[in-house]
Write a protein that binds this ligand. Sequence first.
Ligand SMILES: CC(C)(COP(=O)(O)OP(=O)(O)OC[C@H]1O[C@@H](n2cnc3c(N)ncnc32)[C@H](O)[C@@H]1OP(=O)(O)O)[C@@H](O)C(=O)NCCC(=O)NCCS
Length: 181
Amino acid sequence: MILEEERHILNGREVVFRSPKIEEADMLIKYLKTVTGETRFLMCESDEVQFTTESEIEFLKEHNDSPKGLLMLAFVDGEHAGNCSFLQVGGTRRSAHRASLGIALYQKYTGFGLGRMMMERMIEIVKELGFEQAELIVIGGNDRAYHLYESLGFKETGRVPNANKYDDGTYADDIHMVKIL
Ligand SMILES: CC(C)(COP(=O)(O)OP(=O)(O)OC[C@H]1O[C@@H](n2cnc3c(N)ncnc32)[C@H](O)[C@@H]1OP(=O)(O)O)[C@@H](O)C(=O)NCCC(=O)NCCS
C-alpha cells in the first residue's frame, strides 16, 4: 500500500513519513548496506545485501502495490533517517490476521524517539487495516529495541537459542514478540 506524505514534529525537527518512490531504489540499497553494517541486530551482514537496482525496484513495487504490506520511510529535516515496514504473515487465510513488523534507523538517528514514533504509527496503520496481532523478532542483546517493543505492549512469546551465528563465532538468540491489537 501507499502511505501519502505526512508531516510530524519531533523535538522541534520536521519528520516526514511516506512510501518510497521507484527512483529511490539505489538510495535504499545504500541504506540497507549501511544499516546492516552499523549494527549486529539486523537480519544479515552488510556484504550479504545483494539487491540490484532492478530487484530493489521489484521489492518496492511489491510493497507499494500490495494491500498486504507497507514500506514507510522517515525523513528528518529532509534527510533519510530510516525505514519501518509491515508485511502480512504467510499467504494463507489462516495467517491473514497477523502483521510482521520491522524497523531500522541509521545509527545517527537512533536515540531521539524516532523509533517509537514510527512504531506507534505503524501499529496504528495495521490496526486500522484490521490486523489482529503485530509480530516481530528482536535479536538477543538488542536491549534498546526490546525495551521499546515492551513499552509499546509487545510480549515475549519465545526464543530460538543461538539463531544467529556471527563471523567471529559468537551467537545470539531470536526473541519472538507479539502485540495483540
Ligand atoms: C531499535 C530502534 C528502532 C529504536 O529506535 P530509537 O529511535 O533509537 O529508540 P527511541 O529513541 O525511541 O528509544 C527507545 C527506548 O529505549 C530506551 N533505551 C535506549 N538504550 C537502551 C538500552 N541500552 N537498554 C534499554 N533501553 C534503552 C530509551 O530510553 C527509550 O525508552 P523510553 O522511550 O522509555 O525512554 C533503533 O535504535 C534502530 O533502528 N536501531 C538499529 C537497528 C535495529 O536494531 N533495529 C531493530 C531490529 S529488531
